[in-house]
Design a protein around this ligand. Structure first.
Ligand SMILES: Cc1cc2nc3c(=O)[nH]c(=O)nc-3n(C[C@H](O)[C@H](O)[C@H](O)COP(=O)(O)O)c2cc1C
Length: 204
């Protein structure tokens, strides 16, 4: 698929078929993240891919429970309106790629933290376009923000005693996630702002 076509074809997919995703497919997707640009070439990213059903359900439950435990708490629910529905999506998608950063704390006053977020954005977009190119559906997820520490602790605990024990540590912050799998819904094109609204060219 041509790049332009992949950019036009990509859309957020929120329903997935149960078809399994192979490790080779995951390697291909993450390989495109590995090649992404990053500030100072620091490659401030780590990816944990969850294909196991139990763990996917656990992650989904952590997200859904955030809503159930906080739905009457206006402060906690600010910006978290879709956390439950995103949890439902994670419950049924065949693979979840959790994206961690090396930054201890995302602090927008620090250039390296902003750069880490931007670099990881580039890596995730590479993965989204690659998944689209492979004919898969995908969804970029930031609702993990509301349960980022709980999810990171959950993953740390899962890796304990395995060969991946030191793959991530408490300093690796969970920044976002990506759902990927065979799309269970047709492509849906969402509206965009016009060029006039978003571009200004200063020419001489
Ligand atoms: C950084 C980022 C975070 C997002 N987080 C979520 C999310 O947590 N849950 C969700 O359902 N969609 C999420 N989305 C998808 C957006 O809602 C979607 O990209 C937007 O509505 C435009 O639709 P499209 O992707 O189909 O073009 C996210 C997208 C981006 C870029």
């Amino acid at each position: 698929m041509e790049l332009e076509q992949a950019i036009k074809q990509r859309c957020s997919c929120r329903t997935y078929l149960p078809t399994a995703i192979s490790d080779e497919q995951i390697y291909k997707i993450v390989e495109s993240a590995r090649l992404a640009p990053s500030s100072k070439n620091a490659q401030q990213w780590k990816f944990v891919c969850i294909k196991a059903k139990k763990e996917s359900h656990d992650i989904a439950d952590i997200m859904k429970n955030y809503y159930l435990n906080n739905k009457d708490n206006e402060e906690a629910m600010k910006g978290a309106g879709s956390v439950y529905s995103t949890g439902l999506i994670l419950d049924q998608c065949p693979a979840i790629i959790l994206v961690f950063t090396d930054s201890e704390r995302i602090d927008r006053t620090k250039v390296e933290d902003t750069s880490a977020v931007l670099s990881i954005g580039a890596a995730v977009e590479h993965m989204m376009l690659t998944a689209t190119d492979m004919g898969l559906g995908c969804l970029w997820i930031a609702d993990t923000y509301f349960v980022r520490d709980e999810l990171a602790d959950y993953i740390l605990d899962k890796l304990k005693g395995t060969k991946y024990e030191s793959f991530i540590n408490v300093n690796n912050r969970l920044l976002c996630a990506m759902a990927v799998g065979e799309a269970g819904e047709p492509k849906y094109t969402r509206p965009r702002k016009s060029m006039e609204e978003i571009l200004c060219i200063i020419n001489n």
